[in-house]
Design a protein around this ligand. Structure first.
Ligand code: FAD
Length: 386
């Protein structure tokens, strides 16, 4: 990956925003279980940071995905995972399919304000009974004249309590599970939508998460993205940017954990010497930094393929898998060297340990990534027909 002066300037812009607009408030927002999302997204939107990779015709910057990767990476310098997650949902989880497959009318209605930071979006795929097994979801959108009537519920939906729209995956026919789904843009103020209270999470405390219920929710059929029955395919495409974003976002967060631990271990003395002078500790930190560089290389390679327009499923799945696994390894090892301090709720390592745990679960668990990689390696056993 060859970065230019433009990439460097963008990095600096994001780092400045994180330092000025996010980091001073992280503790307060983590405590509150939410942050002023419309206010922050408005600021990010005015800087162009919510539409880096989106078409210029709808207010985006029309840049290639390497610039988006830079933004995702630098957002990892935030002192909490919840706020970057909320931004990632907006830029790389609930809008890629709309930007790629949506009608101009839908893009004007939802994409342009999402890029400007005037609307907050969320993505509705998971259900109580269908997280990993997306094909098994039960929410329906039945035709009624020119409309759909939506019934069902979506679980663990990030940003949903404050969102203006949801990009919803729903069953629009009784066809086979991979051919009966459509992505539909649903304004959140439509009658019949309600929410659970905020879900009480292990980490990502500053991001809002809730269950969303749909009770005879009526939306025009023109709110569907692309052709009916292609939603599963479009969601799988949309997942690739989500997974690359997730991997890129972890890189600097993990480096921050390693660097903070180095500083702490230089200061902290045991048995008359700084902790860092123990070979088991400085070797381990060097090994972890090496692993982070390997994650960076893998993520950049996935990004390059994506820019070339090639199918990135294999490398994006590998990068997501590695990010989740390494995130757990780095935060667990580093927390150990902080001893009792690391076990305290407000310790930065403790927060990172809790936040990064999501990477191995959300957007496709590690085992789902392994299944995809196996399939693409041709080593996934065929399904038994009995
Ligand atoms: C904080 C948070 C935010 C989220 N935000 C969103 C959001 O905005 N939108 C959205 O749609 N979803 C969201 N999710 C949901 C998330 O994507 C799902 O939790 C995830 O896909 C896993 O689904 P599940 O929880 O139903 O786990 P299950 O499908 O029940 O799986 C449980 C575990 O079993 C293992 N497993 C599953 N299948 C296999 C298999 N075939 N082989 C081996 N092992 C397997 C995995 O380890 C997995 O973690 C969020 C979740 C959380 C916790």
């Amino acid at each position: 990956m060859l970065f230019t002066e433009e990439h460097d300037a963008l990095r600096k812009t994001v780092r400045d925003v994180v330092e000025k607009e996010i980091n001073p408030h992280c503790d307060e927002w983590e405590e509150a279980g939410k942050f002023p999302i419309h206010d922050l997204f408005g600021k990010l939107g005015r800087l162009g940071l919510l539409g880096i990779h989106k078409p210029e015709a709808f207010g985006g910057m029309g840049l290639d995905y390497s610039y988006n990767l830079v933004v995702a990476e630098e957002l990892g310098t935030a002192h909490c995972g919840g706020v970057p997650l909320a931004v990632g949902v907006q830029t790389d989880m609930c809008t890629p399919a709309l930007a790629r497959f949506g009608s101009d009318e839908l893009k004007r209605e939802f994409l342009a304000p999402a890029i400007a930071g005037e609307m907050v979006g969320c993505i509705g795929v998971s259900e109580v009974g269908a997280g990993s097994d997306v094909a098994g979801m039960k929410t329906t959108a039945r035709k009624d004249g020119d409309d759909y009537i939506i019934n069902g519920a979506k679980m663990w939906i990030t940003n949903s309590p404050s969102a203006d729209f949801i990009c919803l995956l729903a069953n629009t026919s009784d066809d086979k599970p991979h051919k009966n789904k459509s992505l539909i843009m649903v304004p959140m103020n439509t009658p019949g939508i309600s929410f659970s209270p905020h879900l009480n999470k292990l980490g990502m405390r500053s991001s809002e998460t809730a269950q969303v219920f749909f009770d005879d929710v009526r939306v025009p059929q023109r709110n569907r993205i692309g052709a009916e029955g292609t939603g599963f395919m479009m969601q799988m495409v949309q997942f690739q940017e989500e997974r690359m974003w997730g991997a890129a976002n972890v890189i600097k967060a993990l480096e921050h954990c390693i660097n903070a631990t180095i500083d702490y271990c230089r200061e902290r003395q045991t048995f008359g010497q700084p902790l860092i002078d123990n070979q088991s500790i400085h070797f381990r930190l060097a090994e972890l930094q090496t692993e982070v560089e390997a994650l960076r290389a893998l993520t950049y390679q996935a990004c390059e393929l994506h820019i070339q327009g090639k199918d990135v499923t294999r490398l994006a799945s590998m990068a997501k898998l590695k990010a989740g696994r390494l995130g757990r390894e780095v935060t667990d090892s580093c927390l150990q060297y902080w001893g009792g301090m690391g076990y305290m709720w407000d310790n930065p390592l403790s927060r990172a340990f809790r936040d990064v745990r999501l990477v191995s679960i959300g957007g496709g668990a590690d085992e789902i990534m392994l299944g995809i990689i196996c399939k693409l390696m041709g080593i996934l056993p065929g399904k038994r027909k009995d």
